[in-house]
Design a binder for this molecule. Structure first.
Ligand code: GRF
Length: 225
């Protein structure tokens, strides 16, 4: 039951799962509203009541629901409720965007290769929380973000898109987070388009992107003078 765009092409019905601010959701809604987009955001689910991101969904006329994890006895019951909502909306792809619940292997396997996440680091470096502070403490010169297919291991899975940003002298976790967030807002819509259009496919636990050209230039930090 994919929704057809004005040109009659089927678009992949996509759900975005959030817990808070929803800035990635916001850019995905915008990108999917463009003619020729391969995905349509058909459902937004939040495990947190009153999450700010819900307002973006409502403003865009997208079905939005709160499924509060605290209302369920265990993770399995919570995930069954998620699944029911996803099935009821005939969802084909699921994007985690600041969704702050760890999903069980059962859910992850059910949505295998149809479940994306964005993580604020260049994976496999800095899986887990507090990535910007840890990157500064480690003294890395490049940091960034990753959109990947979800696997049962935390912040692991085939990588679709990454972007690197420089770490600048004097950066704080907040200033670095803001720079990474700008990169996130370019990466997630791009990754969703690549997956929804079928250009990005998982092969042997790596993502192969059909017809992708990548920039040849090296990014060196600090830049050469
Ligand atoms: C982003 O930094 C994302 O990488 C991480 O959670 C944050 C969500 O931000 N997983 P937003 O809710 O999309 O604004």
């Amino acid at each position: 039951m994919a929704r057809a765009d004005p040109a009659g092409r089927d678009r992949r019905r996509t759900a975005v799962l959030i817990s808070g601010r929803g800035s990635n959701l916001q850019v995905m809604i915008k990108a999917c509203g463009c003619p020729g987009a391969s995905a349509s955001i058909a459902l937004v689910l939040s495990n947190v009541p009153h999450a700010r991101g819900l307002e973006y969904a409502t403003a865009a006329g997208i079905a939005a629901r709160v499924i509060d994890h605290r209302a369920f006895g265990d993770r399995r019951a919570f995930e069954e409720a998620l699944d029911e909502a996803l099935e009821a909306s005939a969802i084909e792809l699921v994007c985690l965007a600041g969704f702050m619940r760890v999903l069980t292997p059962l859910f992850v396997e059910r949505w295998r290769d149809r479940l994306l996440n964005i993580h604020p680091s260049l994976l496999p470096a800095f899986a887990g929380l507090d990535t910007h502070r840890r990157a500064l403490e480690a003294g890395v010169r490049l940091h960034g973000c990753t959109v990947h297919f979800v696997r049962s291991d935390l912040d692991a899975g085939p990588i679709v898109v990454q972007a690197a940003v420089p770490v600048r002298p004097g950066d704080t976790p907040e200033s670095l987070a803001a720079r990474v967030l700008e990169a996130e807002h370019r990466c997630y819509p791009l990754a969703l388009e690549l997956v929804a259009s079928g250009q990005a496919q998982v092969m042997g636990e790596r993502v192969v992107i059909e017809g992708a050209s990548s920039p040849d230039a090296m990014l060196i930090n600090p830049p050469d003078r």
